[in-house]
Design a protein around this ligand. Structure first.
Ligand SMILES: *Cc1c(COP(=O)(O)O)cnc(C)c1O
Length: 419
């Protein structure tokens, strides 16, 4: 359920009229719905209300401060992968005690910053990282609370580029070798072992890989406890998918996911940590674009929109599907259409031979399910602007990332002083 609905044939974001918004903000732009974000957070967190838990939003999926603030107010913590993301989380009012630091390549500078802020947990992904963290913590007279991110070697059955829990992926420590690293961590100065963690991939559409991985995680907690290592947190990562495509396999419901978690690790007496990203923000955002040209060729009809791969990379990066809908409903018959952007790459294609009503120049289109891994991956490729972002709340809207000027864009560079 989201709050992007037609009223009398015109698309609204909550109570905000999209064509009117487009008039004010200019296209393209992202729109996020406060009510949808809040609802997603509540539905996700509700099954764990009776036990200690932290829902740490994966900031990399949408790091806009307006989005982070909305989720923080709803009760979210943050799962971060860089110092920049820690700074964003703090700026949005997320307490350090609700921040978990993930990622395979944390630098010592980033560790220092995180330790200074007293974040809740580092999810350590390798022995060299563990040693570096110990060194930094000792040097600061601090103590780093850690979990080791284990790789449970399950097939998440998702896109290879976003699958992370197989042995051959760069992430985590082989679960069968984790015991050795835990034993080492337990005696390292500056390190306090507190938990276990995993994250097996993104956009999972079946429950079985989660169940397999959670069962292995439980086994690990029991083995560690048997060897005398106290474990008080279990971080099950993120990865629950969202429906992008009407006819594709639908992801498990948050309720089914919660049941799998609780069945496997609910009775360990641990604080449960979650790192959902896409699930919270994916369907809470759309991307609005205007048609520039309609270009019929001998074999195809191209709709050239003012949105491009620099605004929304997922289709060219992963071959990802986004539903595309007219902002003003039309009775035009469906016909196979290619929706493309102006960027000079064939990969700048959003839909091929998709049955859509043929739009006219200046018509508005909306890409659904664009709230996750959309704006965060945007760039200025082809010297296009970073895509503006707008938050709606009832009948109010706020531009939470404004479109910059071309002077701003050019000011990022400088010409060498020898000219
Ligand atoms: C990307 C990522 C997440 C979030 O994944 P979603 O599929 O967006 O839920 C959570 N944890 C880690 C460690 C990640 O890298």
């Amino acid at each position: 359920m989201d709050h992007f609905q037609y009223r009398d044939g015109v698309l609204f974001a909550e109570d905000v009229n999209i064509p009117a918004l487009a008039e004010q903000v200019g296209t393209p732009f992202y729109v996020y719905s406060t009510a949808t974000l809040r609802r997603h957070f509540e539905v996700f967190a509700a099954p764990f209300k009776h036990m200690p838990h932290k829902v740490c939003f994966a900031v990399k999926s949408n790091s806009n401060l307006g989005v982070l603030k909305t989720l923080a107010e709803a009760g979210a913590g943050a799962d971060v992968v860089s110092e920049g993301e820690i700074r964003r989380a703090l700026a949005a009012g997320i307490a350090p005690s609700n921040i978990v630091f993930s990622g395979v390549g944390k630098t010592k500078d980033e560790m220092r910053f995180a330790l200074k802020q007293k974040i809740f947990q580092f999810n350590v992904e390798s022995e060299p990282e563990l040693l570096a963290l110990s060194e930094v913590a000792v040097e600061m007279g601090a103590e780093a609370a850690i979990a080791i991110r284990v790789n449970p070697d399950v097939d998440a059955k998702t896109n290879a580029k976003i699958s992370t829990g197989k042995k051959e992926n760069k992430f985590g420590i082989d679960i069968n070798r984790a015991g050795e690293l835990y034993a080492q961590a337990a005696i390292l100065p500056g390190i306090r072992v507190q938990g276990v963690s995993m994250h097996i991939g993104s956009q999972l559409t079946s429950i079985e890989p989660f169940q397999q991985a959670f069962a292995k995680l439980r086994g690990l907690v029991e083995a560690l406890r048997a060897s005398g290592i106290a474990i008080t947190t279990v971080d099950v990562g993120g990865g629950l998918g969202v429906p992008y495509e009407p006819d594709a396999q639908q992801p498990p419901s948050p309720e089914a996911y919660a049941k799998a978690v609780l069945d496997a690790v609910g009775d360990l007496g641990c604080t449960l940590l979650f790192e959902p990203g896409r699930l919270l923000v994916g369907n809470a955002g759309i991307l609005v674009t205007k048609v520039i040209y309609v270009k019929p060729t001998e074999t195809r009809t191209f709709v050239i929109a003012d949105v491009a791969m620099n605004d929304l990379l997922r289709p060219s990066l992963y071959g990802a599907y986004h539903d595309i809908i007219p902002v003003v409903e039309t009775s035009a018959p469906l016909q196979p259409i290619d929706v493309v952007g102006p960027v000079c790459e064939t990969g700048d294609t959003f839909a091929e031979q998709r049955p859509l009503p043929l739009p006219k120049p200046d018509d508005l289109l909306a890409f659904r399910t664009a709230g996750a891994y959309g704006a965060v991956m945007s760039s200025t490729y082809n010297s296009r602007h970073l895509t503006p972002e707008v938050m709606v709340n009832g009948n109010a809207f706020s531009v939470i990332r404004a479109r910059r000027t071309y002077d701003d864009l050019l000011a990022l560079d400088s010409i060498p002083e020898w000219f």
